[in-house]
Design a binder for this molecule. Structure first.
Ligand SMILES: Nc1nc2c(ncn2[C@@H]2O[C@H](COP(=O)(O)OP(=O)(O)OP(=O)(O)O)[C@@H](O)[C@H]2O)c(=O)[nH]1
Ligand SMILES: [Mg+2]
Ligand SMILES: [Zn+2]
Length: 360
């Protein structure tokens, strides 16, 4: 296997140099099992485990490898297996809040160049959801492409295209039927060796069917949608970076209705309608519900009309929401810095190149 065909480029070389001195090799995470990873390396597919040191030093989940990551690995001599010593900084990343008690960041996909946000033109077609996915996609650093699949099921696919183009900004919109023979041609402009493509979207929209069509191989299982509401059945159950015979690198992912970062607010409101209504009756509109006079929440707690545990769980969610928002702001700032870094690196590279040519 050739590293550049696996998506390696100069942006990783600098980050890797300390590891190459230590005798490690670069490898890319193809998929993740419970306690193990599969990696693409120059010597082919290898199984790998994390070193205790990496596990120990990881502060948060996002410090551990995710599908698409480049890692520094030590190959075990004579075996198709390796140990992962470090994760290289991600060029792009999709993350969402992990389920669970701590609002931890979960990396959905790393180092993706082009992300296809897939929606089906069936009963679940929803422009607002595409809008939300798009917002997260722009933050990831990858180039988003909106895919309206199952055009064969829509009476006026061109009307849908116009509607979506109106919110797409700079993202191209592809209207397609995965069952159509010409499907692959529509994706041809994106199929370049070394480019990492990823497909995201709800279960049943046809991500795996599109991937099979693009690869020209029946690589991924696909599943019938439920008849009742045409939702999918979560046929794909793990994220996986596939490398086709033709050299196309594409990530299939399990169905995801939302990328959670942006949507939490609506959930909190829906779930805690009663509390929000109570808060309307506080004397001060910016009441913090701690010890202000005329606080309707404190009064309701005192009188037993509001359950203390329910209040505590509201506070917890509200805090997490604030955390997620803060995190999004940080992501935006990071992205801006990254752009400048790229520009500076470009200037530096040009300068070095010019110096070198002078010497030659
Ligand atoms: N009519 C029609 N059906 C399609 C099209 N694309 C996919 N399907 C069908 O939709 C169903 C779901 O397709 P999948 O490719 O499994 O969907 P998925 O997005 O990978 O779903 P998960 O793996 O569950 O996330 C299958 O029965 C496909 O044959 C299309 O363009 N038109
Ligand atoms: Mg699938
Ligand atoms: Zn109050």
């Amino acid at each position: 296997m050739n590293l550049s065909a696996l998506g390696w480029n100069e942006s990783f070389t600098a980050a890797f140099s300390p590891f190459s001195n230590a005798g490690l090799v670069p490898a890319r995470v193809a998929c993740e099992h419970k306690h193990a990873f599969e990696l693409y390396s120059e010597s082919g597919l290898v199984h790998a485990a994390l070193t205790g040191k990496l596990l120990h030093e990881a502060q948060v989940r996002a410090d551990l490898p995710a599908v698409g990551d480049w890692v520094a690995a030590r190959l075990r001599p004579g075996e198709p297996s390796a140990d992962i010593h470090a994760v290289l900084p991600r060029r792009t990343k999709f993350s969402r809040r992990a389920a669970g008690p701590r609002p931890d960041e979960q990396i959905v996909a790393a180092n993706v160049d082009v992300v296809f946000l897939v929606t089906a033109l069936d009963a679940n077609y929803n422009v607002r959801r595409i809008e939300r996915f798009l917002a997260v996609a722009w933050e990831s650093g990858a180039q988003p492409v909106i895919v309206l699949n199952k055009s064969d099921l829509h009476p006026e696919p061109d009307r849908a295209r116009r509607e979506v183009e109106a919110i797409a900004l700079a993202a191209p919109v592809v209207v397609v039927s995965a069952l159509d023979h010409h499907c692959r041609d529509l994706f041809a402009p994106f199929l370049r060796i070394g480019q990492t493509l990823a497909f995201l979207g709800s279960s049943g929209v046809g991500k795996s069917t599109l991937i099979n069509a693009i690869l020209g191989e029946a690589r991924q299982s696909t599943g019938e949608a439920r008849i009742s509401d045409s939702r999918g059945r979560h046929t794909t159950t793990r994220r996986e970076l596939l490398l086709s015979e033709s050299g196309v690198l594409v990530m299939d992912t399990p169905g995801m209705r939302e990328l959670q970062f942006h949507d939490q607010g609506a959930d909190v409101e829906e779930t805690f309608q009663d509390i929000l209504e109570l808060a309307h009756a506080c004397r001060f509109s910016d009441c913090s519900h701690r010890d202000e006079p005329g606080c309707a929440i404190q009064l309701a707690l005192d009188e037993g009309r509001l359950d203390g545990e329910r209040w505590a769980s509201y506070l917890k969610l509200a805090r997490e929401e604030a955390y997620a928002t803060r995190k999004n702001d940080q992501a935006a700032a990071r992205k801006e810095r990254a752009v400048w870094k790229k520009i500076n690196a470009g200037q530096r590279a040009r300068r070095l190149w010019a110096q070198r040519n002078e010497v030659d």
